[in-house]
Design a protein around this ligand. Structure first.
Ligand SMILES: C[S@@+](CC[C@H](N)C(=O)[O-])C[C@H]1O[C@@H](n2cnc3c(N)ncnc32)[C@H](O)[C@@H]1O
Length: 549
């Protein structure tokens, strides 16, 4: 069927993008805490620390070049900040890990932490570590839409004056509106999707592209069409056509997901950064390199309802040349996250180049940390607990603030039967968990139960219940009291578990065990019952023998 222009809209105006925007608006930080969106690559401590080192080097270069006064406040602007772990990691590294110079910079930093989603921003700002930095005046949470980057407003609606020396945007380019183009000889085609969402019933819809190549796009957008366009009419101004033509100059035929909203963001925000300031962005790459556009990686990955486009980093080289800025991009490692350092209107000093090369181009600590964790989990699943622990140690050396790593290492040591090592990991995690975000007391109680130290276990379980009253914890505590022979306490915990979760089978089992043990202890009924049953068995056996021929 010939595609009728009126049935189609450019891909970035299609219904998938409305669902995408609504997803970030309504899902809040559960998008991360419930595992919809992978985020460890940009929210681990090693990665944040690399940025802190670079920021320190940038400010020292600015001061050495006479561009910034050593007394001025340094505004850092983060866009699309999401959960906020990156911001916390960067500030902690400055405050605690980079010596006097780091601490001095920490005291001068005003970190404007922004997102387009009010819900995410409010929830991130309530997380304890970020909330502390907000209370101390180091962080200012603000709403900001990267598609209109001249305005930021606090949650109360006050305008925030923007003059950042450094801008950070992690995994933002991949979620901003993107158009998809095909170059064919000298003409350009643009991906269009249907104006309306596809019908929900399974009625067959017209095929506009029946080949295998169209299948991935069909999975994402449903029916679609490639319509001829004139780039100079599609975009206002010459910037986008010129970039697209330059980046695909050597390709007679190619397909490219073009993140025009991020290009516009770069172009307009770089105008607000004082000369010498930097824009740092990290994103997952599409496998392209300068002069080579990787085929077949235009299709977005869906996380929740959000569309995430792999980023074609070579696109930014011509933009930097047009703007006469300096740009460094870290190499990609097999679909990994790449980082770009963009310096506005000033050469990159050798110290900055070195800091970027050390932190982002040589094997990256942030990437290692992720790889080590995956290796540790896989080894642990395969029952190779000892080797898994060696990888957990390597992760922890790079990311000592990641509380979940202490829990995982503790569980692995427990599976190995090395109870002292399990306790060591869990105690260290508990010591670092100042805001009691994880239940280390519960995990340690398990180890003490295995050691047979029930009194210790009961104290830890009581502590866990004070922080968070969960029915299964009541049951665990009830069982410990049962074993200790403290029937009244065991009974109280069983009934409390039932109040919290009516009908919970484990609670009913616990209560009946308590009942039996209590009767036995006070009346010896269990013993009587046993004797009665033995007598009964004997009588039954004798009767059976008599009746048999
Ligand atoms: C993939 S997440 C990345 C979050 C975080 N930077 C990280 O690395 O985990 C994308 C973030 O961009 C935000 N976002 C989406 N559209 C945006 C827009 N137009 N302006 C600013 N932020 C946006 C989302 O709310 C979300 O927090």
């Amino acid at each position: 069927m010939a595609p009728e222009a009126r049935s189609w809209v450019p891909y970035d105006e299609g219904h998938q993008w409305q669902a995408h925007a609504a997803y970030f608006e309504t899902r809040g930080i559960q998008a991360w805490t419930e595992g919809d969106i992978p985020h460890r690559a940009t929210n681990n401590h090693a990665f944040a620390r690399q940025h802190a080192v670079l920021l320190l080097e940038l400010i020292q270069s600015l001061q050495a070049e006479g561009r910034a006064d050593p007394a001025t406040r340094i505004q850092v602007l983060e866009l699309g900040g999401g959960l906020g772990d990156f911001a916390v990691g960067l500030l902690l590294a400055l405050r605690d890990e980079l010596g006097e110079a780091g601490r001095a910079l920490f005291n001068r930093v005003s970190y404007v932490f922004t997102d387009v989603s009010r819900l995410s921003l409010e929830q991130a700002a309530q997380r304890t570590a970020l909330a502390e930095f907000i209370a101390s005046g180091h962080v200012l949470p603000a709403l900001m839409d990267a598609r209109a980057p001249t305005v930021a407003r606090t949650l109360e609606g006050e305008a925030v004056a923007l003059a950042p020396w450094a801008v950070v945007a992690n995994y933002l380019c991949c979620v901003l509106p993107t158009k998809v183009f095909r170059k064919q000889a000298e003409s350009w085609l643009e991906l269009h999707s249907q104006r309306l969402p596809p019908p929900t019933d399974a009625s067959p819809s017209p095929e506009t592209e029946g080949n295998e190549e169209a299948a991935p796009w069909r999975r994402v957008v449903g029916e679609h069409a490639w319509l001829p366009v004139n780039l100079r009419e599609t975009f206002r101004g010459p910037l986008h056509p010129s970039l697209l033509e330059q980046v695909l100059a050597h390709d007679a035929e190619a397909e490219l997901a073009y993140p025009y909203a991020f290009v516009e963001l770069l172009d307009s925000l770089l105008e607000r950064i004082p000369s010498g300031g930097a824009f740092l962005f990290s994103d997952f790459e599409d496998g392209s390199s300068e002069g080579y556009i990787a085929p077949g990686s235009r299709i977005p990955v869906l996380y929740g309802d959000s569309l995430n486009h792999p980023v074609c980093f070579p696109l930014f080289e011509p933009l930097a040349r047009i703007r006469r800025d300096e740009l460094l991009v870290s190499p990609g490692w097999h679909g990994s996250t790449r980082t770009a350092l963009w310096r506005r209107g000033a050469p990159l000093s050798s110290a900055l180049r070195e800091a970027f090369a050390t932190g982002f181009c040589r094997p990256q600590a942030g990437q290692d940390r992720l790889d080590f964790e995956v290796a540790a989990q896989k080894l642990s699943e395969a029952g190779e607990h000892r080797r898994a622990l060696r990888f957990y140690d390597r992760c922890l050396a790079l990311d000592p603030h990641a509380l979940t790593l202490y829990e995982q290492a503790g569980a692995t040591a427990l599976a190995l039967g090395d109870l002292e090592t399990a306790l060591r990991y869990l105690r260290e995690g508990a010591a670092r968990d100042r805001f009691q975000q994880r239940d280390f007391a519960l995990r340690m109680s398990e180890v003490y139960c295995r050691k047979g130290e029930l009194r210790q276990a009961s104290e830890l379980l009581e502590r866990s219940l004070q922080a968070h009253e969960a029915p299964m914890t009541c049951i665990a505590l009830g069982q410990v009291y049962l074993e200790l022979g403290e029937h009244a306490r065991a009974f109280q915990n069983g009934t409390r578990a039932l109040e919290l979760a009516p009908g919970l089978q484990e609670a009913e089992q616990l209560l009946s065990a308590v009942q039996g043990a209590w009767c036995e202890a006070e009346l010896g009924l269990g013993a009587l019952a046993n004797r009665w049953w033995q007598d009964k068995l004997l009588a039954l056996t004798q009767t059976t023998r008599k009746d048999s021929p």
